[in-house]
Design a binder for this molecule. Structure first.
Ligand code: NAP
Length: 554
């Protein structure tokens, strides 16, 4: 290398800023808002590192046919800017993937976020340096970036799960996981397609592929209680109505249980007459959405007898829609209580099984043995396929943290600390990992809520905590072990008072072989959780320990 080249490279290196007040990992809903908040509202230097070659997180990666939000669009968005709320026009009650992605791109442009987002940069390591009290973050591309605050905006459902089925390397066709879908799309015309998985994703993708493919085989392990989506286009009048009432709607969803536009009925199922119940169930079913799950009688998810009644009611609804009684029975869930597994929303899913080109295969009864050159082999035979789609979900909530080598005090690896299940205080921080904040992390309400509402609460709380530190000359914050122990115990207690832990779900880590069986999200409700976080802050961040700014840092 010539001395001129060397000089140029050194000058370039000097120009490249690699130390920030705050480093944010992930440019989805969480990371974008965190950047805006910390940079524009608080005046900190901030940078986002994002693995993808575009922003949008979930909505960047999950481009499979049929992908759409199943939360009402007017609350599946940010509320922090009145101007933004007024100018964005949603086209449907439940927007498709590309519309949500366009919204996030619009937000990034509007708030000039892109200049501080580094794309194609996967974070591989993050180490807390106890001397400098800064995080040192390394990336797959060899960058080393340091920051005082590290914000893990990783997404609760971002570590995709491809099950370890032998023989995948022998498959002569193409295979895809729904969360790593090719940007150019996939042409299914004339193809024999197999879909493994019948969760929220599998339900959406199978409904579309039944139309697009020559033949579709759905490999189902556990049938779900899918409910009608009830999607419809929004007209000017619909938009005027929600825009005029935005403040009221948002105040409600910020403080209710789920962050969705549903409230519990306010009494237990046994207090209603059979006629009342029937009316309540039918109304919710007809309206579409999560009403039957999140806006129903108060005790459905705690009381087995009450749950049996609604479970049976939904089973009958499922069976009514399928012509063949054997297929109908296969699609009917009988091994878990309604609502204890994430309820998928569907638009014509059950009717695809009335088509000649769709076959349902029960892989609980006859498990998948291997993938062959020509398709999938189960215990009861071979299925010839040109394309295989894995709608097999995620290593939820803790998976994204395990995919990064995160080391706190004494070099302790976060995933070692979490080997028996996550340990956090309020799902916001973990003891021994100072200044590392998690957005919608484990033991926060997160996936049990309407996520953008939960994200705004988290980012607002975290920025409040950082402002408190700046105002008081404090350098590091982390939870005390006692506060953390209490929260871990409390979050399990709340979950075990319900029927949820009795079902094998990703909420419990049951979908990943070897994962500890611990209830991952916080089930105490978003409103009460928000109140608890606010009280902690008002009480000088009770349960958190701070250290004073060292002279060298001052
Ligand atoms: P999921 O709920 O975990 O479903 C995965 C499916 O794959 C399940 O049916 C599972 O069966 C099956 N499966 C996994 N491993 C298997 C194996 N080895 N053999 C056979 N079957 C296997 O994942 P998801 O459907 O991607 O949904 C994850 C979450 O993402 C949802 O719950 C939701 O929170 C979110 N999501 C949201 C939307 C939306 O807002 N519109 C859409 C899609 C997803 P078992 O049930 O037996 O484990």
């Amino acid at each position: 290398m010539s001395s001129t080249q060397q000089d140029q490279r050194q000058a370039g290196a000097k120009e490249r800023v690699n130390d920030f007040d705050a480093l944010i990992v992930g440019a989805g809903f969480s990371g974008l808002y965190a950047l805006h908040k910390l940079r524009d509202e608080m005046g900190l230097s901030a940078r986002v590192l994002e693995a993808g070659d575009g922003i949008g997180g979930t909505w960047y990666w999950n481009r499979y046919p049929g992908a759409r939000s199943d939360t009402s669009s007017w609350i599946y968005c940010y509320s922090f800017s009145e101007e933004l709320r007024q100018e964005w026009q949603w086209s449907e009650r439940y927007p498709q993937q590309n519309e949500v992605l366009s919204y996030l791109e619009y937000v990034a442009d509007k708030f000039d976020l892109n200049r501080d987002i580094q794309l194609r940069t996967r974070v591989t390591e993050a180490t807390f340096d106890e001397e400098t009290e800064r995080w040192e973050v390394r990336t797959e591309t060899g960058d080393v970036v340091t920051a005082r605050f590290l914000i893990a905006a990783l997404g609760a459902l971002s570590a995709s799960n491809v099950p370890d089925i032998p023989g995948i390397e022998n498959f002569a066709g193409d295979w895809y996981h729904t969360a790593e879908w090719p940007h150019e799309g996939v042409d299914f015309t004339g193809k024999r397609v197999g879909v493994i998985g019948t969760g929220a994703t599998g339900t959406q993708v199978a409904t579309e592929l039944a139309e697009q493919a020559d033949h579709l085989t759905v490999f189902q392990r556990t049938p779900n209680y899918a409910l009608p989506l009830g999607n419809h286009p929004l007209d000017t009048e619909d938009r005027r109505r929600y825009k005029e009432n935005y403040e009221e709607i948002w105040e409600w969803v910020r403080h209710n249980f789920s962050g969705h536009d549903y409230d519990l009925i306010g009494k237990n199922l046994q207090e209603a007459t059979p006629e009342e119940r029937e009316r309540a169930f039918q109304e919710r079913y007809d309206r579409g959405g999560f009403g039957l799950w999140l806006g129903n009688y108060d005790d459905l998810l705690e009381n087995r007898e009450a749950n049996d009644i609604v479970s049976e009611w939904v089973r009958e609804k499922i069976q009514e829609r399928i012509d063949d009684p054997v297929t109908a029975e296969k699609l009917t869930p009988r091994d878990h209580a309604f609502g204890t597994k994430r309820v998928p929303l569907e638009a014509g899913y059950y009717e695809i099984f009335n088509r000649d080109n769709v076959k349902l295969v029960d892989v609980k009864k006859a498990p998948i043995l291997e993938i062959t050159e020509t398709g999938l082999r189960t215990q009861d035979g071979d299925y010839e396929l040109d394309v295989l789609v894995f709608a097999t979900g995620f290593d939820a909530m803790t998976g994204p943290f395990e995919r990064i080598d995160i080391r706190g005090r004494g070099g302790e690896l976060l995933c070692d600390k979490w080997a028996e299940g996550p340990r956090t205080y309020l799902g916001l921080m973990s003891a021994g990992y100072p200044n590392l904040f998690t957005i919608t992390g484990p033991q926060s309400p997160s996936v049990l809520t309407n996520i953008p509402v939960a994200i705004e609460q988290h980012v607002d709380w975290v920025s409040g905590a950082i402002q408190y530190m700046l105002d008081n000359g404090l350098s590091v914050v982390e939870p005390t072990r006692d506060a953390e122990d209490e929260w871990v115990e409390h979050s399990q207690e709340v979950a075990y008072a319900t029927l949820f832990p009795q079902s094998a779900t990703w909420y419990m880590g049951a979908n990943i072989p070897g994962k500890p069986q611990v209830f991952l999200p916080y089930l105490g409700g978003l409103g009460p959780y928000r109140q608890k976080c606010d009280e902690v802050a008002a009480n000088d961040y009770e349960g958190f320990a701070f250290a004073n700014q060292k002279e060298t840092n001052a």
